[in-house]
Design a protein around this ligand. Structure first.
Ligand code: FAD
Length: 389
C-alpha cells in the first residue's frame, strides 16, 4: 500500500481526527480563567459540552442550571452496561487525543484521573484493508486509545457529574429562547426559566430543524452556516461471538470519502474480559445498508457480510447483538457534522450572539475539529471563558 493510499484511507476512516486535534491543542487556549461574573446561566443539554460548562461554572461559583430534554445525561456518549461484562459505547468510543485532555476538563491539579485507556500495539495488532494485512497505525490509529472497563461517559460520571448532578433538570425539552430583553427567557414544554446568559449545546441537527425558536432570530450569518453544514447519519452495532476469528479492525472504502465511513473493529480490545465482541461503526452513506433493516434482517446482513470475509465463522460463532441508530434518537437526529465540512462554517456556528447566547458542543468549536467528545468539552471551556470574562 502506498503512502497516498494510507492517507486516503485514514481520511475515509475519519482518522484525520487525531491530526485535527493536535492542531487544535496547539492553537486553542484550554485553560479556565477565574471570574467575578455574578449573573445566572442556563445550559441547554447535558452532554459532554453542557456538563463540562456546568462543572467549570460550578468551580467558579457561578449560579447555573442545566436543562436536559431526555431522562438521562450523556447525550452521544450513551453507554450500555448490560450487553457483556464491560461497557459498550453506543456513540463516542475512542479517546482521539492524549490523556491530558482529562486534566483540562477536570481542571483541578489535586485530582489524578484514573480512567484507564490503552493505545493499539504497533507490534502485535493487525487490521484488514482491501484484503491486505495492515497495522492499526497504518489505519491511522496512532494516537487513538480505547477505554478499558470504562467509557467516555464513565469518565464524566466519575469526575464531572458529582458536582453538577443537583443542577440538572431532566425532561426539559427547550422549545424557545427569547433574548430580546435584558433577561433571557427560556421555555420548555412545561416551564419558563429566566437567566442572564444561555449556553446552547444541542446537536446542530435540532437547530437545523428549528426545534428551538429564537427571538430575535439568530444572525443571518449563523443561519446561513446552519443551513449549509452537513450532518452525517450514524449507526453502530455490536455482535458477541463465542470465539474471536477476526483481526483488530477491518477497514472499508466509502466513495467519495466525504460520503461516509465504515469500520468493523474488536470492541473488546484490551478489556479484562473473555467475551469477544465485534463493533460496527458507520456514518454517512456507510449507514445505508444497516439502518433501515429490521433487527432480524440486520443480523442476517452483518453475518453474511462477515461470513464472506471469514469463511462462515461469523454465523458459526454468533451469540447475540445490539444496535444503535443515531438518526432515530430524538435529541440527536444524526451522528455529527461531517469531517470534510468547511471550518469557517463551523467557527460561525460557535460564535456567541449579543454577549447573551453562547454555543458549545461538538459542532460549535473554533473550527479546527468538530466531531469528538474532547472538542465538545474544549468548546465548553472556551464558552465559559468568554461568558464569564
Ligand atoms: C456513532 C458515533 C460515534 C462517535 N465516536 C466518537 C469517538 O470514538 N470518540 C469521540 O471523541 N467522539 C465520538 N463521537 C462524537 C461524540 O459522541 C460527540 O462529539 C459528543 O458526545 C457530543 O457532545 P455534545 O455535548 O456536543 O452533544 P450531545 O452529546 O449530543 O449533548 C447534547 C444534549 O442536549 C440534549 N438536548 C437536545 N435537544 C434539547 C432540547 N431541545 N432541550 C434540552 N436538551 C436538549 C440532548 O439530549 C443531549 O443530552 C461519536 C458520535 C457518534 C454519533
Amino acid at each position: 500500500m502506498t503512502r497516498n493510499e494510507f492517507v486516503k484511507m485514514c481520511s475515509l476512516l475519519g482518522l484525520s481526527l487525531p491530526y485535527q486535534s493536535i492542531l487544535a491543542s496547539c492553537t486553542s487556549d484550554n485553560t479556565v480563567s477565574s471570574t467575578d461574573f455574578q449573573g445566572t446561566v442556563l445550559i441547554i443539554g447535558a452532554g459532554a459540552a453542557g456538563m463540562t460548562a456546568g462543572y467549570l461554572l460550578n468551580q467558579q461559583g457561578v449560579d447555573f442550571q442545566i436543562l436536559e430534554a431526555s431522562t438521562v445525561l450523556g447525550g452521544r456518549m450513551k453507554t450500555t452496561t448490560d450487553f457483556v461484562d464491560f461497557p459498550i459505547p453506543m456513540g463516542a468510543e475512542w479517546l482521539h487525543v492524549k490523556r491530558g485532555v482529562f486534566d483540562e476538563i477536570v481542571n483541578d491539579s489535586n485530582i489524578s484521573v484514573q480512567t484507564q485507556t490503552t493505545p493499539y500495539d504497533p507490534n502485535t495488532d493487525t487490521a484488514l484493508y482491501k484484503g491486505q494485512e495492515v497495522s492499526m497505525q497504518d489505519l491511522g490509529f496512532d494516537i487513538d486509545q480505547k477505554f478499558i472497563g470504562a467509557s467516555w461517559l464513565d469518565f464524566f460520571e466519575q469526575y464531572v457529574v458529582p458536582s453538577i448532578q443537583n443542577n440538572i433538570s431532566y425532561n426539559q425539552v427547550v422549545t424557545a429562547i427569547d433574548y430580546s430583553g435584558e433577561k433571557i427567557r427560556v421555555n420548555t414544554s412545561n416551564s419558563e426559566f429566566i437567566a442572564d446568559k444561555v449556553i446552547v449545546t444541542v446537536p446542530v441537527k435540532l437547530l437545523q430543524n428549528s426545534s428551538i425558536s429564537f427571538t430575535p432570530q439568530l444572525p443571518k450569518k449563523k443561519l446561513d452556516a446552519l443551513s449549509k453544514v452537513t450532518v452525517w447519519d450514524g449507526f453502530k452495532a455490536f455482535i458477541e461471538f463465542s470465539q474471536k476469528f477476526y483481526p483488530t479492525a477491518i477497514g472499508f472504502d466509502i466513495t467519495p470519502e466525504s460520503a461516509g465511513q465504515k469500520l468493523y473493529y474488536d470492541a473488546a480490545y484490551g478489556q479484562n474480559s473473555t467475551r469477544p465482541v465485534l463493533g460496527l461503526f458507520t456514518v454517512g452513506t456507510g449507514t445505508l445498508p444497516y439502518r433501515q433493516l429490521s433487527d432480524n434482517a440486520l443480523i442476517e446482513y452483518m453475518l453474511e457480510e462477515l461470513d464472506t470475509l471469514f469463511e462462515g465463522q461469523a454465523s458459526a460463532n454468533y451469540v447475540k447483538h445490539i444496535s444503535q441508530n443515531w438518526n432515530e434518537e430524538p435529541f440527536a437526529q444524526g451522528a455529527y457534522v461531517y469531517d470534510q465540512e468547511n471550518w469557517r462554517r463551523v467557527r460561525t456556528l460557535g460564535e456567541s450572539v449579543n454577549d447573551k447566547l453562547f454555543f458549545a458542543g461538538t459542532a460549535y468549536t473554533d473550527g479546527e475539529d468538530w466531531s469528538s467528545v474532547h472538542t465538545a468539552a474544549r468548546s465548553a471551556i472556551q464558552a465559559v471563558n468568554e461568558l464569564a470574562r
